[in-house]
Write a protein that binds this ligand. Structure first.
Ligand SMILES: [Zn+2]
Length: 73
């Protein structure tokens, strides 16, 4: 994955992503905005203004899987 792929805004076309893709997208493209009432981190894209909720899902292999879900407007 190139640097450009990591940081390119795909917030308008994607609703959910998971695993390595979600971790990298949050790390390189999104800013942590706040933590919601359920203890989930809310990430925000400055470019598009879209907010994303970070969830953890048990993978069954020890480490949890990171899931990013686009927050409803
Ligand atoms: Zn974006």
């Amino acid at each position: 994955m190139t640097e450009d792929d990591r940081t390119r805004c795909r917030c308008a076309v994607l609703n959910v992503m998971s695993g390595e893709v979600a971790r990298e997208y949050a790390r390189y493209h999104l800013q942590v905005e706040r933590t919601d009432g359920m203890g989930r981190q809310v990430h925000r894209c400055d470019e598009s203004g879209v907010s994303w909720l970070e969830e953890r899902r048990a993978s069954g292999y020890g480490e949890d899987v990171t899931v990013l879900r686009r927050a409803p407007d």
